[in-house]
Design a protein around this ligand. Structure first.
Ligand code: FES
Length: 108
């Protein structure tokens, strides 16, 4: 299990998402208010980057930019078709205006 610094809290605006790369794997990071979420970047329906998706702050979801499947940012669950499978979620911690993610089995 390895904890990585992602970015400063103000480097991701409220209601925005972006893709970051860590150890050769891509992750979608999203912000809802003062909460930050990290999920696998690749949509489980097809190989599309969820970091380019749309954050729904009211529902705390991330919508795939390709076909519109909606994923829970809290659980990763696929809430709408055409995606059937959840995306992996990762624990996030905010400390002194820095955002960190913990990746199980991740490289340091
Ligand atoms: S690629 Fe994401 S819903 Fe189709």
């Amino acid at each position: 299990m390895t904890t990585h610094r992602l970015f400063a809290t103000d480097e991701l605006a409220d209601g925005e998402a972006k893709t970051i790369e860590l150890g050769g794997h891509e992750y979608a990071c999203a912000r809802v208010g003062d909460e930050y979420f990290v999920v696998d970047d690749t949509c489980t329906h097809a190989k599309v980057s969820l970091g380019e998706g749309i954050v729904d702050s009211d529902d705390c979801t991330l919508e795939c930019p390709k076909h519109g499947a909606s994923f829970s940012l809290r659980s990763g669950e696929a809430l709408t078709l055409p995606a059937l499978h959840a995306v992996q979620t990762y624990p996030v911690e905010v400390t002194e205006r820095e955002v960190f993610v913990t990746i199980e089995g991740g490289e340091s």
